[in-house]
Design a binder for this molecule. Structure first.
Ligand SMILES: O=C(O)C[C@@H](O)[C@H](O)C(=O)CO
Length: 264
């Protein structure tokens, strides 16, 4: 069975690489680069579209035959300011040269050639409250359904205050039966504040065939191939994550877990 919890495999350069082949699924790819000033990273999109997310720090970006200047602003995700991102369609090259220490996420999914390269954020991304009480969390929609920037990628950031839950009430999006539910694979890139903290994510199906409860550390990635996927941040530790979802259609429709359906 695919290992769902992925620790970073390095501290500089590429530290995560999730490919569909490695994950045992068909759509979502996720890589993460941690660069020092002057470091370079480059890629070719091929038959996939890519969303470059400046998670932290600044880098000069060239992509799709254009210079996009220095992208990035916040030096810590916990500043909670909106991210600078760049959408790069299939069949293009991209390159980033770090201006400061920086963390760049490369979110990818199959493309159909429908969208041009473009900057996304920080303008137009507004931190928005979702949920109430201890289920309050704060969302930066980078490219969800309402943002028609991509062929198949859905990308969002979530800030879960210490002591709260998110991706909750538990829900799944693992069947292709639109409009009731859509099939979307998903990755979570997790960060903790302070960084020596921890949080918890459970990935489980209604029949219990999949049921994993994972202790998350700063910088971990979790794969959600199916099932419900709630997160909890303990008192004292704020949780940030970057979600990437993709599937055969670009709609996020989910079904609640039976035990929490009344909370929806
Ligand atoms: O609402 C949240 O707390 C985050 C979720 O939207 C998350 O992106 C997810 O669970 C997607 O299915």
């Amino acid at each position: 069975m695919t290992q769902l919890l992925r620790r970073p495999f390095g501290t500089r350069g590429e530290v995560h690489r999730i490919t569909p082949a490695d994950a045992g699924w068909r759509y979502v790819g996720f890589a993460l680069h941690r660069l020092q000033p002057g470091d370079e990273v480059a890629g070719a999109t091929g038959d996939r579209e890519v969303m470059l997310v400046m998670v932290e720090g600044k880098a000069a970006i060239t992509a799709a035959g254009q210079e996009w200047g220095v992208l990035g602003d916040r030096m810590s995700v916990f500043e909670k300011t909106p991210p600078h991102c760049l959408y790069v369609p299939g069949g293009q090259n991209w390159q980033a040269v770090a201006e400061t220490g920086c963390t760049i996420a490369v979110c990818s999914a199959p493309c159909h050639g429908g969208h041009p390269a473009r900057r996304i954020g920080p303008d137009g991304i507004t931190l928005t409250q979702r949920g109430t009480g201890t289920n309050t969390r704060w969302i930066n929609n980078i490219a969800m359904e309402a943002e028609d920037y991509c062929d198949s990628l859905l990308v969002t950031e979530v800030f879960t205050p210490a002591g709260n839950w998110s991706s909750y009430p538990s829900h799944r999006h693992d069947e292709d039966d639109f409009p009731r539910i859509t099939y979307l694979e998903e990755t979570y890139y997790h960060r903790l504040d302070p960084a020596d903290g921890w949080a918890v994510q459970r990935v489980y199906t209604d029949d219990g065939a999949l049921d994993e409860v994972m202790a998350l550390r700063d910088g971990d990635v979790v794969l959600v191939p199916r099932g419900h996927h709630p997160c909890a941040a303990p008192h004292g530790f704020g949780l940030y994550y970057l979600n990437v979802m993709a599937g055969p259609r670009r709609h996020w429709r989910f079904v609640a877990a039976p035990e929490v359906a009344h909370l929806m």
